[in-house]
Design a binder for this molecule. Structure first.
Ligand SMILES: [Zn+2]
Length: 261
């Protein structure tokens, strides 16, 4: 163990529960990583602001439906030290979903309108739960905002800061644009999670097929999704390879036969 790491370890052991010393030890170790407890606190306060900024869908039936699928998915997530929350945002123009820090997952009504069945919705939710499981959201927020800025917010020094952060987050979602590697990781985890939860993992592939088609037909609806995610065609190719390795062949959606009488 390096000398400075030893000093940091001593500081942590000497004063568990002293935020200043824990912060100092993190600076010495150069690990700007928040604890789960800090992530949950950050996510909780941020989601309260997000829900003031955006219109939460006032339809208990739809909220319950999404929550029920979300919980089944979350139960099989590799990360179980956070509680998962699923909320539908009333915005028909956005075909998108996102996961904030601390397990807060949001889905727009615009996306719900595009899913054909529960397996496709489970695919979208499993992708977001994958981001939470791999701690992408907090890592990304820390990278964009800086460790010190978040630490300061957590200490509650500036109430307005929460509102500003939530506004920036939902207006551009720039704080939550993950790397390509993180997106592929969320897809890979998503397929494993939805399979373990008893959903047809090909649902994610079918939804990606739709994104590919939408990119050409109605690019404005998926603009933000495409700005924050790699090309859906590349994602679908990787997911298809993973499914084949699991023995699940792709079943494209059969066109409905309409017989006019
Ligand atoms: Zn993603």
């Amino acid at each position: 163990m390096k000398h400075r790491n030893l000093i940091a370890l001593v500081l942590v052991l000497a004063c568990v529960g002293c935020p200043q010393l824990q912060n100092l030890s993190r600076v010495i170790m150069n690990v700007n990583v928040f604890s789960t407890q800090e992530e949950v606190q950050f996510g909780q306060q941020l989601s309260a602001e997000i829900e003031k900024e955006m219109k939460v869908l006032d339809d208990p039936k739809v909220q319950d439906h999404v929550r029920r699928i979300g919980r089944k998915i979350a139960a099989k997530a590799p990360r179980q030290d956070v509680e998962y929350h699923f909320t539908v945002i009333d915005n028909i123009k956005e075909v998108n979903a996102f996961a904030g820090p601390g397990g807060y997952v949001y889905v727009y009504t615009g996306l719900l309108k595009k899913v054909s069945d529960d397996n496709e919705l489970a695919g979208v939710l499993a992708h977001e739960v994958g981001h939470v499981s791999a701690r992408h959201s907090m890592k990304q927020m820390t990278k964009r905002m800086g460790f010190d800025a978040i630490s300061k917010m957590l200490l509650g020094e500036d109430a307005q800061e929460w509102q500003v952060t939530a506004t920036q987050m939902v207006s551009g979602l720039g704080f939550l644009s993950f790397s390509r590697k993180q997106e592929y990781e969320a897809d890979e985890l998503g397929v494993q999670i939805m399979n373990a939860a008893g959903y047809d993992a090909r649902g994610l592939l079918r939804f990606l097929d739709k994104l590919v088609a939408m990119r050409d037909r109605e690019p404005s609806a998926v603009e933000r999704m495409l700005a924050t995610h790699p090309a859906p065609s590349e994602r679908r190719a990787r997911v298809a390879t993973q499914l084949r390795a699991m023995g699940l062949a792709h079943q494209p959606v059969q066109p409905q036969l309409h017989i006019d009488r």
